[in-house]
Design a protein around this ligand. Structure first.
Ligand code: JD8
Length: 410
């Protein structure tokens, strides 16, 4: 039984598209979307707007009121086209969600694709020329009772909505259960969990003098998962640092945690030095590494593991570093959070817990043990760590002046 058979029972998702260039949508007869239509998972219907004109020239546009360049699409053909779509095979009088591509619309994202993929019926209105008479949007909302969303494919200008609809129908259609054979592959895709994809390779293992990374030939799935996770983090930090901004709606609503970049080094060094000074006052441990750490040391530290910084209104207020440590026999690897530091004026608040929570959340699949290596916490901090499930590891800590706590990953 194919994935499609397993889902054939559920009613097909209906997608209507209205355009003056219906042939533009022909690619939706191909590949996965085409197969999903044959399998009855998607019911895609394309309509020619000119079929809803009544003059010899099948006119759909006219000059803009108020003057200006270009032409505007007339409301009447759109009204009749929408009436037709709503009347077609719709005994229950259901109402589609009308999606109108436009350069000024809300950004089309994977999150929006996921949302729209849950809907039973979408209708897409492909504009051309300068766009569609504004009264069509009001008519659809107020007279036809449709939810209307203006959605943009991206910050560049196209000549019409067709290309956008091609992309949207593919991005939405492939999320419909049964359309993609192994839904598993959906999980680790770019933009699915906010990280870009890891590099991929296939045979031969040696090509043009270039080797496939040995870890991928090792059969060690834990190590492969770790390598892939780190590749995803590194690529995202390099190509799309904006995606690494995970905002936390806490009391510090504007607390932003992001992957540290070389630009953060000066502030990070100052923060660590400030926190170390505090520790020395409390513990007298003058041999705290952070006291002797140079800017180059801090910069170099960004190359290994993953350092996260927390900012409030642009001010760097905290940081933490994560690395993977190979576990002793049977415990499997552990995910180590260390160098957790919070600006002295914010210690005891939620910056620390948020950073630790974020560090834990970046642990790759397969990690069972979360480790926290920190300088001797005060009683309150220790209580909070214990409340979070951490227990003191009575083994000597790898870094002098620090203690190690650990907990099982839930
Ligand atoms: C729909 C008409 C052309 C747009 C005058 C060029 C989406 N990301 C996107 N860029 N452009 C569009 C888009 C463009 C469209 C229409 C979508 C209908 N045009 C117009 C305004 C300026 N011409 C889009 N999604």
């Amino acid at each position: 039984m194919t994935a499609a058979d397993a889902h054939a029972a559920r009613p097909a998702m209906r997608l209507d598209v209205v355009s003056i260039f219906p042939d533009y949508l022909a690619p939706l007869e191909l590949s996965l979307i085409g197969k999903a239509r044959e399998d009855g998972l998607l019911d895609v219907r394309v309509h020619d707007l000119r079929d809803f004109t009544h003059d010899r020239h099948r006119t759909v546009d006219d000059t803009p009121y108020g003057g200006g360049a270009g032409m505007v699409m007339k409301p009447q053909p759109w009204s009749e086209a929408l009436d037709h779509v709503l009347a077609l095979d719709n005994p229950s009088g259901a109402r589609p969600h009308l999606v109108v591509p436009g350069p000024g619309g809300q950004p089309f994202t994977q999150a929006l694709a996921r949302q729209l993929a849950l809907e039973p019926w979408l209708a897409f209105a492909c504009g051309r020329y300068e766009g569609i008479d504004e009264r069509v949007y009001d008519h659809a909302r107020e007279d036809l009772g449709l939810e209307v969303s203006v959605v943009s494919l991206g910050d560049y200008v196209l000549n019409g909505g067709e290309v956008a609809v091609l992309a949207m129908v593919e991005a939405i259609g492939r999320l419909v259960p049964g359309v993609i054979g192994n839904a598993e592959s959906l999980v680790e895709e770019s933009h699915e969990d906010g990280l870009l994809e890891y590099p991929i390779y296939t045979k031969p293992s040696s090509w043009n003098g270039r080797e496939v990374p040995p870890v991928l030939l090792s059969g060690n799935h834990g190590a492969i998962a770790a390598w892939r996770h780190e590749q995803r983090l590194a690529r995202t930090a390099a190509r799309r640092p904006d995606l690494l901004h995970a905002s936390h709606a806490g009391p510090h609503g504007d607390l932003e945690i992001s992957a540290a970049t070389p630009g953060d080094v000066p502030e990070l060094a100052v923060l660590r030095r400030a926190c170390a000074a505090n520790e020395v006052v409390e513990t007298g441990a003058l041999d705290t590494p952070a006291l002797r750490e140079s800017l180059d040391d801090v910069r170099a530290g960004l190359e290994t593991g993953q350092t996260w910084v927390a900012r409030i209104a642009g001010r760097l207020v905290g940081a933490v570093r994560t690395t993977r440590a190979s576990g002793s026999s049977g415990t499997g690897d552990s995910w180590v959070a260390e160098r957790l530091c919070v600006a002295p004026d914010l210690q005891g608040g939620d910056v620390g817990p948020r950073l630790l929570e974020h560090a834990e959340s970046t642990a790759p699949d397969g990690i069972r043990t979360l480790v926290l290596r920190t300088v001797a916490p005060d009683a309150d901090e220790l209580k909070r760590y214990k409340k979070a499930g951490y227990r003191l590891v009575d083994a000597p800590s790898d870094v002098p002046g620090t203690i190690t706590l650990a907990r099982r990953r839930r």
